[in-house]
Design a protein around this ligand. Structure first.
Ligand SMILES: C[S@@+](CC[C@H](N)C(=O)[O-])C[C@H]1O[C@@H](n2cnc3c(N)ncnc32)[C@H](O)[C@@H]1O
Length: 283
């Protein structure tokens, strides 16, 4: 695979590209597939705001693709200069090339290829005030991105993806996080490894379950640390994970819907679990 990195140890370069047949553009487009993201250890984020946030939070921008029409805008130019100074590659491209990379009409005028970062389960530690979220086989990138964004907004410490989950570095997930993917640590693990690790968890494990007998509003979340466990969109929490919980909580519902959307349920739970810690002055 052609490298998308401009990182040579020497200052990077600026190149102009107009053809979709350019090998670097082809490689960036191939990052739409998880297999290629994993092989290259990078992913794509769109929009200057996200790119600035990523850099500020210590993520490495390997390649910055900018619209030729945006060259001259102070923010674009300074981001390009910082990328080059850090040894990255800057590509000035046509609107057609940006559309092809983002697979959207009206793409953002900056797209970055960013090096992935991974957090190991063994590095997760818990202070008494901490909230962590674990998701059992989450499948939908929009749900995962929304949950990462809400975890960030509620001050949760991080997310643990248990079993076969959608990729936190998929372009749809990154879009839905609105930049929170750069602020919230995400751990990937197997069910077996999670269950073994959970034995050392020093606080409550609150599972959310449609058959839970405890009203989610009656749990004492201030008695932390709290690990919140949410189930798969179709199948809910597996029996093995449900058995690993100290409490199975339910959000009472009216009407005909048999359950809430996973990201909505996670949002309700996270805000309740952090209610004692959040004040209007935090925003
Ligand atoms: C769409 S629901 C799964 C529905 C699935 N058919 C089931 O039987 O669990 C996805 C996840 O959101 C959470 N959830 C949704 N509605 C909930 C509710 N009313 N109370 C507690 N958890 C809920 C649970 O963690 C659930 O596993």
């Amino acid at each position: 695979m052609t490298s998308v990195t401009g990182r040579t140890g020497a200052p990077g370069q600026v190149k102009e590209v107009t053809s979709l047949a350019n090998p670097v553009i082809k490689t960036i487009r191939s990052l739409a597939r998880k297999k290629h993201r994993d092989e290259a250890g990078v992913f794509v984020a769109e929009g200057l705001k996200l790119i600035v946030e990523a850099r500020d939070l210590g993520w490495t921008i390997e390649t910055l693709v900018i619209a030729k029409s945006a060259v001259g805008s102070p923010l674009i130019d300074s981001s390009a200069a910082q990328t080059v100074a850090a040894g990255g590659l800057v590509l000035q491209v046509s609107g057609k090339v940006l559309e092809a990379i983002s697979r959207r009409d009206n793409p953002q005028n900056a797209i970055a290829v960013i090096r992935q970062k991974h957090t190991a389960l063994s590095s997760v530690t818990a202070q008494p005030t901490d909230l962590w979220i674990a998701l059992d086989r989450v499948r939908d990138p929009g749900n995962l991105g929304t949950i990462i964004r809400t975890a960030d907004a509620t001050g949760a410490r991080g997310l643990i993806l248990v079993g076969e989950c959608t990729d936190p570095f998929a372009i749809e997930t990154v879009r839905a996080t609105m930049g929170s993917v750069f602020a919230v640590p995400v751990v990937k693990t197997t069910t077996e490894a999670f269950l073994a690790w959970r034995k050392g968890w020093p606080g409550q494990v609150v599972g959310t379950h449609l058959e839970g007998s405890v009203d989610y509003r009656t749990v004492d979340y201030a008695n932390g640390p709290v690990l919140l466990l949410m189930g798969n969109e179709q199948q809910g929490l597996s029996d093995a994970l449900a058995a690993a919980c100290t409490t199975l909580a339910r959000i009472p519902q009216a009407g005909r819907a048999d359950s809430l959307n996973l990201a909505v349920a996670a949002g309700v739970m996270m805000f309740e679990a952090r209610r004692h810690a959040l004040t209007i002055g935090d925003a």
